[in-house]
Design a protein around this ligand. Structure first.
Ligand SMILES: [Zn+2]
Length: 313
């Protein structure tokens, strides 16, 4: 009998459920809203009720369902407990895995959402050919996931893969990162980071730039202006590439991965981003790690659901 697995991506706005076969084929997908009010008291009951519906609809049993994997936004201990999750309203340690397995009687594992997204890309996305991969999500913040020998590196406190908070800057910035630091990779390599950098360049120089005509400068417009040859935008993206590359070169010296996968909103800059980061990376990286592959994430918002399901196989 073929084996099935369920993957759930629990986000601050919605929860996405996927039923997969053991080859990674998505058979059924559904979404419900995440009700975060009252410290997220409805989240686990809603989650369990919806899982029950999926189990009944597809007649899933202990014989044909290997288990339920969940990706959640926070540090996870022992594949069970979420320590804190501001986005869900959770405060203290919540044992998500035991809550669900006690009610549904299936094996349950929980992992951090960025980590399961990385595992998803390794299973069925940009890094399908590889087993040792670092995924970097370049969005409002910078998230990451490290996959070694096909498994998530979660770390002792559940903070494995928090590469956005590597203190890569020699001089602290005048503003503080969400983590309390002021030298973080996230501060310079996120979409927010490149927007701030562009504003600094425009403020400090009198040079002409197409960016000056815009009411609000976002990352997409900066990359576009750089590709169109705008001098200030070119300087901004070069500094951006160098900062990101420094972070990746440091990671490569520790992890020595086969591939880096870049995802998140900034990765819409596509090949231009890959080329720029790759060039800057090759200048900084330890010699034998220079030829690591760079790819763009392929699964988008579904990556977490895929990776959560893969954990159970
Ligand atoms: Zn930080």
């Amino acid at each position: 009998m073929s084996k099935y697995t369920i993957g759930v991506d629990v986000g601050g706005r919605s929860m996405k459920f996927g039923l997969f076969d053991d080859k990674g084929k998505l058979l059924d997908k559904s979404t419900i809203p995440t009700r975060t009010q009252n410290q997220g008291e409805n989240i686990l009951p809603d989650l369990t009720d919806h899982l029950k519906k999926i189990i009944e609809k597809h007649e899933l049993t202990k014989e044909n369902l290997t288990g339920i994997g969940l990706g959640m936004p926070g540090p996870i201990l022992n594949e069970k407990i979420i320590k804190t999750a501001v986005n869900l309203g959770f405060k203290d340690n919540v044992n998500v895995a035991d809550y669900i397995s006690e009610r549904l009687d299936f094996p349950v594992k929980v992992a951090n959402d960025a980590n399961v997204a990385a595992l998803g890309e390794v299973w069925k996305g940009a890094a399908e050919a590889y087993n040792n991969v670092v995924m970097v999500t370049l969005g409002t913040g910078v998230g990451g996931g490290v996959i070694l020998d096909g498994k998530i590196l979660a770390g002792v406190t559940g903070s494995g893969g928090e590469i956005g908070h590597m203190p890569i800057l020699e001089e602290p910035l005048e503003w503080t990162c969400g983590c309390g630091g002021s030298r973080c990779l996230e501060q310079v390599a996120s979409a927010t980071g490149i927007e701030r950098l562009a504003q600094d360049y425009l403020f400090e120089s009198e040079e002409e730039s197409s960016l000056r005509d815009l009411d609000y400068i976002d990352a997409r417009e900066i990359f576009q202006a750089a590709q169109d040859g705008d001098d200030i935008a070119v300087k901004v993206v070069e500094e951006y590439f160098e900062n990101l590359a420094r972070g990746l070169a440091i990671i490569a010296a520790v992890v020595d991965p086969e591939a880096f996968v870049l995802g998140g909103g900034v990765s819409n800059a596509g090949e231009f981003l890959l080329d720029g980061v790759r060039k800057a990376y090759r200048k900084l990286a330890f010699p034998v790690t220079k030829d690591v592959k760079f790819s763009l994430a392929q699964l988008g918002n579904d990556a977490g659901m895929y990776g959560a399901a893969k954990m159970m196989l």
